[in-house]
Design a protein around this ligand. Structure first.
Ligand code: SF4
Length: 64
């Protein structure tokens, strides 16, 4: 049975998991995050460098 792209987008286990990934505690209090100028960086690079998706990004705008 074929699924529509909308159904996949809204109900995919993988997409819902990706949407549930949060940001680090530092990012939550960051002005760039609060003003929607940064979303906490790429969760994949965070996972690669630190082992968790929700850690502070290695390429943080404030520190680069
Ligand atoms: S990655 Fe850096 S600039 Fe972006 S929200 Fe987090 S602390 Fe702020």
């Amino acid at each position: 049975m074929k699924k529509s792209i909308i159904d996949i987008w809204n109900n995919s286990k993988m997409f819902n998991y990706v949407r549930s990934i949060g940001v680090s505690a530092e990012c939550e209090i960051c002005d760039l995050y609060k003003n929607n100028n940064c979303s906490g960086g790429c969760p994949v690079s965070s996972k690669y460098f630190t082992g968790t998706f929700e850690s502070k990004n290695e390429f943080c705008y404030i520190e680069v």
